[in-house]
Design a protein around this ligand. Sequence first.
Ligand code: MTE
Length: 322
Amino acid sequence: MLTRRSHTTPSSEITPRDRYLRRRDWLRLAAAGSLASLSGALTACSRGADEPGSTLGLGKITGAHTSPLSTDEAITAYRHATTYNNYYEFGTGKSDPASYARQLSGEPWTVVVEGEVAKPRSFGVEDLLRLPLEERIYRLRCVEAWSMVIPWIGFEFNQLAKLVEPTSKARFVEFVTAAQPENMIGLRSSVLHWPYTEGLRIDEAMHPLTILAVGMYGEVLPNQNGAPVRLVVPWKYGFKSAKAIVRIRFVERQPLTTWERAGPGEYGFYSNVNPAVDHVRWAQQKERRIPNLVANRPTQLFNGYGDQVASLYAGLDLKKFF
Ligand code: MTE
């Protein structure tokens, strides 16, 4: 992954948790562009003109319960979370997704769920929005040693799995994302193998911390953050959190992921956040919290979610299976 320096922003611009839905941020949502004409749990933003969201083309997501699994750390300002992105389908620069992702075609969007399941089926976005939605405030730690804190809205992956009934042969889950050559300028480059594909072991996928996100900051996801549905696996490096998912396969064998294919010595299948295992190009002991430029926060094993997930890896050599 390529890195680029961002500008310095005072810590006062890190939005406190209780104020992140300020009108300023809602107005920014309007400018961000989104796969917004979704229905189901979305409201039509029909409130008065002075209220947040009132004139937006985006949909506010209602009825999501705040999860006890959330961190209480300060939330990253919306403008940073939506303008400093990795989404190589729209270019390798951090600002490219915000510039180009509005071209993504989102309707109709279908997520096909297939493979080792008793009841394969397709889900429209409306179907996904009917699953038990929660707001989960998670740390997101990128392998490039920066981190953010994002209030996602989503549902546990295991809720979707329950509906398709995985068979006993399902040992892994593969996530395949959208490839739209006409809309994604990044696909003209061979920097990665398309479509962007990720994978998890079945027990990782079924863990309650693993969510499929359909929104953030109270709204549907902006395109650059993975609309209409993306994976979020908070104890793993950010690249495991595949955006714009179109296909989910329950499989017997460990899938080959995009980043493993690109650099098997640099990107392992597990990709658990681990300060003791450096990436070839980035030390992992410290991280910088966006928008800070200085990496002064100690990186936590499993991104601080060890109490919940360490048991998944009992007996596994985390240096070998990085
Ligand atoms: N998903 C797709 N389809 N394409 C990508 O290039 N980049 C990954 C991940 N999901 C990527 C993707 C990487 S490297 C990171 S760090 C996270 O998305 C960034 O998510 P964010 O932009 O919401 O912070």
